[in-house]
Ligand binder design. Structure first.
Ligand code: FES
Length: 99
């Protein structure tokens, strides 16, 4: 697990992009639960940080495809997967398992 941000930097219903080892990862806080996904849509590469989030899905701002925050599956195109990362919160530290 690698510390990537402070919990206080990602307010409830807020987002933050962190750059780790050359990849941009989007942190999302949904009612105190932190999710981490690749900040690049697997469809045509749009950044996901301007996405709308609803009912556990993040909707790409370019064409609107919806991806599960839990496992990255796409509700519109099952062949597309948004990379997700295991998250652990330790005090004020957000830690990710980047594999
Ligand atoms: S680039 Fe994200 S849905 Fe097309």
């Amino acid at each position: 697990m690698q510390t990537v941000a402070k919990l206080s930097e990602v307010p409830n219903f807020g987002k933050k992009v962190v750059s780790i080892g050359g990849r941009d990862i989007l942190l999302v806080n949904i009612k105190g639960v932190i999710h981490a996904v690749e900040n690049e849509c697997p469809h045509q590469g749009s950044p996901m940080n301007a996405a709308i989030i609803k009912d556990g899905f993040i909707s790409c701002p370019r064409h609107g495809y919806c991806f599960s925050l839990a496992d990255g599956h796409c509700a519109n195109h099952p062949d597309l997967i948004l990379a997700t990362f295991p998250v652990q919160v330790n005090g004020d530290e957000i830690q990710l398992d980047l594999g």
